[in-house]
Unconditional design. Sequence first.
Length: 220
Amino acid sequence: MPPKRGTEAYDKWRNSEKYKLFIDGRTGENNPFYNHHHTDEFKQNQREMKKGKWAGENNPNYGGKNIPWNKDKKGLQVSWNKNKKNPALSERNRQQVGEKHPFYNKKRPHHAKLMKERMIGKGNHQWIDGRSYELYPLEFKKIRASGIIRKRDNYICQKCSRTETKEGKNLAIHHIDYNKKNCKFDNLITLCQGCNNKANKNRKKWVFYYQKKIQLCFAI
């Protein structure tokens, strides 16, 4: 078992080879719960057990026990702990400055590097057969340069109604089915940069949403 957090023993353990072995032994297929899922019965039992746990007198704020320090005070209030420091914490921080800091001149922790590797390529939850690396076809570049889709959409983002004037630049042209080679007009829609970025998450939702939007607004 790892040492208690916040202790000197825990800091040493985090920088040791044992920590690396501990992380490797509990990730992926090495995790005892790998490829297992809680049953619906177990989830329901957990909900029943926790139901009402913090209700009524069980709630720590029941009866106004925890009263905010600035309750019923009007105007600008100075926080009660302004300019006050924790002596023990301040001393500990002073002792860990520069070369004394446990992470001084050290690379990123092993688990952070491991997480980074998992988010690249096929390990990313948004990976779809690597199509994001494909180049846009010449047909799409001509359509984008002509501005015909933006003109059709009145130069307005079809999600948030942001105009090109507010955006300060040309709005983006989004492929509804995420297929860069499908350049049919009913598969292209005008979006601002923010909405275009949001469309990269929960793709099934946005495909359905924008297909309906095209059908309703333009009767395609």
